[in-house]
Design a protein around this ligand. Structure first.
Ligand code: GTP
Ligand code: MG
Length: 312
């Protein structure tokens, strides 16, 4: 090899050595970065993030939530979820009941490069901070005694049917728990049974037995209880109208429909088809509809923060 080429190689080797030494010197700890692992979610699967209150059995007792359903506490959960949906536009549907909420991100979403831990921690922490921040708006007479916290998990569903089955599972859970809890608390609060006696009375009963017990003993027609208690709350992005000619704008709309039936998916075709928010007719005169409270609060907040409804 010619001498000039040997010299050139030596210089290059020294330069590389020098580069490495200086790099090591300025960041000798940097190697620890390699311990961090990528956790990108597979493309083209439904991403569901579910949060659930930690120890809400105790939390609801300490804060005197009405039994079995506290309308204001449930609406606080709904409002916290609406805050999450306002921030993350790739959420197409949310579903909440009791102390849990599920957020469904559209299959094609590329949010944070689909990094699972980033998505999970943002959703869980925003939900929690919104729950605390809006506490006074829904429970003004109850002092928050300690900071509530929520766990979170990411679950992936490859097919539309899997996603539908997941949501059906959560909604069936509302029905099973609510029917049992309504019967249980009526036996305790109205009939004066102890918790143990009420439990014994309900042991081995099926749905129709509990319906019959509620009707014959307490004159309650289970199907007439508020739909939010029986079906949970679904949040969808909709173009809201008060009449066919008057569109208020795009809002996150709470509803209490049956997701187990095909009719829900045939009505809200935007969910499984090409995503384009559907339309919703808002009946502002209906005082019975609990979701109106949330819609109105949402409109107030948007106005306050100067957020355009089209941006939701
Ligand atoms: P972990 O989630 O495992 O930490 O337990 P948890 O105590 O939170 O119980 P879980 O999530 O299984 O169930 C939620 C609990 O919250 C219910 O069992 C109720 O005790 C309570 N809860 C939720 N919503 C209401 C409500 O509207 N009223 C009342 N009184 N309690 C509620
Ligand atoms: Mg819980």
């Amino acid at each position: 090899m010619p001498a000039c080429k040997i010299l050139k190689n030596k210089i290059i080797t020294e330069l590389i050595k020098c580069f490495h030494t200086s790099k090591m010197a300025c960041s000798r700890y940097e190697y620890v970065k390699t311990y961090e692992r990528e956790d990108n979610i597979l493309p083209n699967v439904w991403i569901v993030v579910r949060v659930d209150g930690k120890g809400f059995h105790k939390f609801s007792k300490i804060h005197n939530f009405e039994k079995p359903n506290d309308e204001n506490a449930l609406n606080l959960m709904n409002y916290a979820a609406m805050t999450v949906m306002t921030e993350f536009r790739d959420i197409v549907l949310s579903f909440g009941q009791s102390d849990e909420y599920s957020f469904v991100f559209r299959k094609e979403s590329n949010i944070y490069n689909r990094r699972a831990s980033k998505l999970l921690s943002y959703v869980t922490s925003l939900f929690t901070s919104a729950y605390v921040m809006n506490w006074m708006m829904f429970l003004p007479k109850t002092k928050l005694q300690y900071p509530p916290c929520f766990d979170g998990r990411v679950v992936l569903y490859p097919s539309d049917q899997n996603l539908r089955d997941y949501l059906s599972w959560r909604q069936a859970d509302v029905h099973i728990n609510n029917l049992y809890n309504t019967a249980f608390w009526n036996l305790v609060q109205q009939a004066g049974l102890t918790a143990r006696e009420a439990e014994a009375e309900l042991r081995g009963t099926i749905s129709s037995d509990k319906n019959e017990l509620l009707f014959s003993k307490f004159g309650i027609n289970y199907n007439n209880l508020p739909t939010m208690f029986r079906k949970g709350t679904i949040l969808l992005r909709k173009r809201v109208r008060t009449s066919p000619d008057d569109c208020i704008g795009q809002l996150i709309v709470p509803m209490h429909e049956d997701m187990i039936r095909n009719q829900f998916w045939n009505t809200h075709t935007e969910l499984l088809g090409k995503y384009l928010p559907g339309e919703y007719l808002y009946n502002c005169n209906s005082t019975e509809d609990l979701s109106n409270i949330l819609l109105e609060k949402q409109m107030e907040t948007l106005k306050l923060n100067n957020i355009k409804k089209e941006e939701l």
